[in-house]
Design a protein around this ligand. Sequence first.
Ligand code: UDX
Length: 447
Amino acid sequence: PARPLTVSVIGCGYLGAVHAAAMAEAGHRVIGLDVDAPRIAQLGSGRAPFHEPGLAEVLASGLSREALSFTTDPAALADGDVHFLALGTPQRTDGPGADLSFLHAALDALIPQLRRRAGRTTLVVGKSTVPVGTARELAARLADLPGVHLVWNPEFLREGRAVADALRPDRLVYGIGEDPHSPAGQEAVAALDAVYRPMLEAGVPRRVMSYESAELVKVSANSFLATKISFINAVAALCERTGADVADVADAIGMDERIGPQFLRSGIGFGGGCLPKDLRALLSRAEELGAGDSFGVLREVDAINAGRRTRAVDLAREALDGQLAGARVAVLGAAFKPDTDDVRDSPALEIARRLAAAGARVRITDPAALPAVRRLAPELTTEPDPQHALRDAELVLLLTEWPAYRALDPRRTARLVARPRIIDGRGVLDLPRWRSAGWECRALGRP
Ligand code: UDX
């Protein structure tokens, strides 16, 4: 077990809330800080502010042991041995690149508290996803504070599996500003090792590298994952023209260990708060640094991904013999993937909205994301019960592969709808079984 440290997590959004709970699980005393008072109150009462399996349990456990608390008061940072920066870095609205103002505001609040520590070793650990070069810029703001080290420690957690990923990551990456063999470098690494002791003892590998490398690990990893998805989706377009089945192709190429089976599920493409944003941020930073030419591939990845949404709308129009206007369409799924209520850049939601914009009467259902749909897409009719969403539909689209939708019984479902026609946007249905139950089936990239 870890020697308990006093740890703060600044920024209690997705990343910060999960990380704070995970640090309490790792045996530390944790304070979560955010400027959003309602969110802090919610977290402090043990309620997860978003749908994330297992989060409420680890929050409750930390709160009940008094290992975890939440506040809006920066004075609570005064005793911290370690401060995690878990602020959002959204796409800028006034130009390309990432908005770093939340990170800078966090340092504004933190620096006066760090001054009071009078030379005691203190770690500031950046977890946010940032453009390469940011950590060195932030480190300059801490340079006159003796004993304070900045480490850049990107986070790789996946929504829907965030708690498990935070407790047992595939790897820990430490980006440091000093030579790793220098006394200062060794001190920074040892201090962060003390924080992650339980994970390191459980065998999680860690890598020490420069700030710039650590920053690039994160955006490169996400851009590579996006590339894998768009690549298989490009193959899917070819499958559609030739009668090949992208599921068979993906399965067989994935057996090559050098390729691997994951992130080769073809369908309506990727969305969410990370993959699209990180890939655009890497592209724009590469352009700023004069390496834009090497990243045309990422522009293509983004374009192929956008094309999948258009393809799904076209397939729906085709299925309805060209008549979207007035058609009753049931959409299964709104979240950008299962096990989350997140609809940021969700392909499912965008497709549903485009169908509605073309005049279709869309009824959309989702086990978790309907409150967000009502906020963002008031033109859609939301229906919590999938049976009701399906009733009398002339076309069904499966756009987020929640287990409940994958488990639908084709025979029973056929009795609910007006016309048994379905588009599988995620390549998850057993199409022969649906066809034998009388369904007319279409799937992207499959015959
Ligand atoms: C991603 C990274 O996986 C994670 O490591 C990082 O920390 C944050 O970004 P997340 O955004 O939670 O995590 O979602 P992920 O599971 O990666 O899925 C992203 C999108 O790709 C989803 O819309 C998903 O439906 C889609 N996807 C995924 C595919 O279309 N095909 C696949 O084979 C895999």
